[in-house]
Design a binder for this molecule. Structure first.
Ligand code: FES
Length: 172
């Protein structure tokens, strides 16, 4: 009979295999720390603590060094992203057309700040620099969908469409 312990063991072993195959592509050179972190995040979606420890062992670095680098760069995530990733453009054109107040409104609706994920893991919030759609400023992106000329009202409606349980009301 398959037990939870078996499943957990199988997930752990897949994780280890995945990590080992990533590390095989790199020399044990400390200069490879950032490329390895980028590759692990690309494949796993974030940097689990076990992965950071394995990378530290591989490069003969302390785990605190790997952790410091991972937290210094905003590109790295230490927790998995939510099911939906909401990005608000903070480039100049979007800023001039109100992206700061749009961002504040989205923060309030979701109850999180950029770089955070809601407790139900439904949404993560991020800011991005110009995505090259300045004519549509202010721009919001949810997953791969781009929303232009966003008002706070439109943003609230758009966010509501990405909830798994649409019966649960988003903050108005
Ligand atoms: S500044 Fe936002 S798309 Fe260019």
């Amino acid at each position: 009979m398959l037990t939870v312990a078996h499943l957990e063991g199988s997930v752990q072993s897949n994780f280890k295999k995945q990590l080992d195959s990533i590390l095989l592509n790199f020399k044990q050179d400390r200069g490879n720390l950032i490329p390895i972190l980028q590759q692990v995040q690309h494949e796993l979606g974030y940097l689990p603590g076990e992965a950071m420890q394995a990378i530290a062992d591989f490069l003969h670095l302390s785990s605190s060094t790997v952790y410091s680098v991972s937290t210094f760069y905003t590109q790295f995530k230490l927790v998995p992203s939510g099911r939906n990733v909401v990005r608000v453009c903070r480039g100049t054109a979007c800023h001039v057309r109100g992206s700061a107040s749009l961002l504040r409104d989205i923060e309030r609706r979701l109850g999180i700040k950029p770089g955070e994920t809601t407790a139900d893991r439904e949404h993560s919030l991020e800011t991005v620099a110009c995505i090259g759609a300045c004519a549509l400023a202010p721009v919001m992106i949810i997953n791969d969908d781009v929303y232009g000329r966003m008002t706070t009202t439109d943003a609230g409606k758009a966010l509501g469409n990405y909830r798994a349980n649409k019966e649960t009301e988003m903050k108005p």
